[in-house]
Design a protein around this ligand. Structure first.
Ligand SMILES: [Zn+2]
Length: 344
């Protein structure tokens, strides 16, 4: 089989969120460095994968998706003392995106939840996470590969143009898609994370050159609660280019694949993109402590094969997935499925 290029930088491991408050309880933060370490170990152990370090990201690249104040805020956080973290707890809804990003106490202007800490390593780790996705896009457009994996951690799909949240700081998948789009390519993004990718959806909501399809836990019942309903279909020129397929808690692999084949694949075929970006969350797994579907490792392989059968140059960008012991197996199952679907 053709090798799968994978991007990861060790500095992504320097960011270590310690805790979050979940439903009134202080819990260990699920977005751990062990997540990425488990996936790296699985990639290292498998000759199919060629692990490489990405090129550093530039502020201009980040600004293709994100507002400057958000970048400034992360650099303000980089001045914090070692070991300290800031969790916004006040979110001024009427002035979102319009606080003073040089004041850490204004962070709530640029955030939508209380579980996504800032510390001195946030800017660097999130920057390298974004760099993985951008280097993946570069490798794809240079024709170096038809399948590239960005081991982006921290994840990205909840981050909007000017807000962080949901453990996400830079929207890695959106950065990859914008990079492809800037070269004249039509791009489809399929988000298979358990949670709705509200950030990605909002970034391309008016865009008819990027189709955004989400399969996720019904937001009536699941994070992020405020986005991902089936009635959200895009706006203006982008109307009809956003598709949401909310599914009930407990959805299994068989039903998930039925929906994928019945609704997602025909929509992708109809849109006829030049490239595919998969927001590859693995928290639909049956043991995941954060997600509530019941997919098995072999289901991720089937999902990959189904998406790969479209025959599109593909970037898989890591999103969520919090059952650490099986993350490597699930990531490689998905990627092997994509590889086999695309052709060896
Ligand atoms: Zn998720």
């Amino acid at each position: 089989m053709k090798p799968v290029v994978a991007f990861f930088h060790p500095d992504q491991l320097r960011f270590k969120p310690v805790y979050e408050w979940a439903f009134g309880e202080r819990i260990d933060h699920p977005e751990t460095t062990a997540r990425a370490e488990n996936i790296v170990a699985a990639l290292d152990a498998d000759a199919l994968f060629s692990l490489q370090e990405p090129e550093p990201v530039t502020p201009l690249q980040l600004q293709s998706v994100h507002a400057l104040p958000l970048l400034t805020l992360y650099h303000t956080a980089a001045l914090m003392p070692e070991g300290e973290a800031f969790y916004p707890t006040v979110f001024p809804k009427l002035s979102q995106g319009r606080g003073d990003p040089t004041q850490l106490t204004h962070a709530g202007h640029f955030c939508f939840d209380a579980g996504t800490p800032l510390n001195r390593e946030t800017a660097s780790a999130a920057g390298w996470s974004a760099a993985c996705a951008l280097s993946a896009a570069e490798a794809l457009t240079l024709g170096q590969a038809d399948l590239v994996y960005a081991l982006s951690r921290p994840p990205g799909h909840h981050a909007t143009e000017d807000l962080f949240g949901g453990y996400c700081y830079y929207n890695n998948a959106a950065l990859a898609a914008k990079s492809l789009r800037s070269r004249g390519l039509r791009v489809a993004i399929v988000d298979i994370d358990f949670h709705h990718g509200n950030g990605t959806q909002s970034i391309f909501y008016d865009d008819d050159q990027v189709l955004v399809v989400n399969l996720h836990g019904d937001p009536a019942d699941c994070f992020p609660y405020f986005a991902g309903f089936a009635t959200e279909v895009g706006r203006g020129a982008g109307q009809g280019f956003t598709m949401n397929l909310p599914l009930p808690r407990g959805t299994d692999g068989q039903e998930y694949l039925r929906v994928l084949r019945r609704h997602v694949l025909p929509a992708l075929t109809h849109f006829a993109p030049d490239a595919l970006v998969v927001s590859a969350g693995l928290d639909a797994y049956h043991l995941d402590p954060v997600g509530d579907f019941t997919l098995r490792t072999e289901d991720f392989h089937r999902v990959g094969a189904a998406l790969g059968s479209l025959g599109l140059p593909t970037i898989a960008v890591q999103e969520g997935g919090y059952y650490t012991p099986d993350l490597g197996a699930n990531a490689t199952a998905l990627l092997r499925g994509l590889r086999e679907g695309l052709g060896r």
